[in-house]
Design a protein around this ligand. Sequence first.
Ligand SMILES: Nc1ncnc2c1ncn2[C@@H]1O[C@H](COP(=O)(O)OP(=O)(O)OP(=O)(O)O)[C@@H](O)[C@H]1O
Length: 273
Amino acid sequence: MSDTTPVTSAWAGAVPRLAARGLVHRFGDTSALAGVDVDLADGESLAVMGPSGSGKSTLLHVLAGILVPTSGTVALRGLEVQALSEKERSLLRRRRYGFVFQLGQLLSELSALENVALPAMLTGASRADAQASAGQWLAALGLAGAEGRRPGELSGGQAQRVAVARALITRPEVVFADEPTGSLDQATGHDVMQVLRDATRAVGASLVVVTHDADVAAWCDRRIDVRDGRVVAPGSTTGGGAGPRPGERDAGVLPAHLGAARVADVFGAGGAR
Ligand SMILES: Nc1ncnc2c1ncn2[C@@H]1O[C@H](COP(=O)(O)OP(=O)(O)OP(=O)(O)O)[C@@H](O)[C@H]1O
């Protein structure tokens, strides 16, 4: 780069997709976050680890605009989320974020197809378009044929794949996952993490995963450790974003049910953004 190259905040890559500074959050007398800084780059996956009660979920909720921090800032591409009204934050979550939680988050009275279509309809798609897109998502995530099943008729791993499809149908900029493999056995958990990471990458979204489990964290590009509301190990790596992950011989090869070409064909290579 020459001395005359302009370096401004508009320079590509200069602004992290998500940037949090000085996050403090108190629940009454309890200090859940005690000064957290964290950046999330475009397309990056970040694992948030730490013991029970350390503040992981609170951090995820503050980053996602579900909770407003007691002090500090959270910027999505420069937009200060904590300064928005509750209604604006709700719209932002619906349009620009996706969420995957522990098992049990799907609406039990709706079919898999209807569960996935719902966020698209809430952002203005017609029922027909939303259901067509939901069908493509379910097929891309290996659930062709399961469209009509209700959550109670799906295995845990299948239900979490439906949840991944539901999180991604609106092509969010950031996906937030809180213990997404929490109720699954280890093999199924790895399967879900691979689907979550690869499908998130396929649409160009960034990913934040809260987990207790180092093997789950190893699926992410980067990991931070939280203790008593502070980041104690910023940027510690998990074995590298490009290296093989548990249960995966070649990180560049997607499982058969999530072929790269298939996802790219359906949703556009490189994603929506
Ligand atoms: N709604 C709330 N009201 C009061 N205190 C809360 C609330 N939510 C969290 N806390 C407290 O804030 C601290 C951080 O909780 P948080 O749920 O963020 O931790 P965590 O690391 O996600 O824990 P876990 O792994 O058990 O889910 C804890 O002391 C917890 O008891």
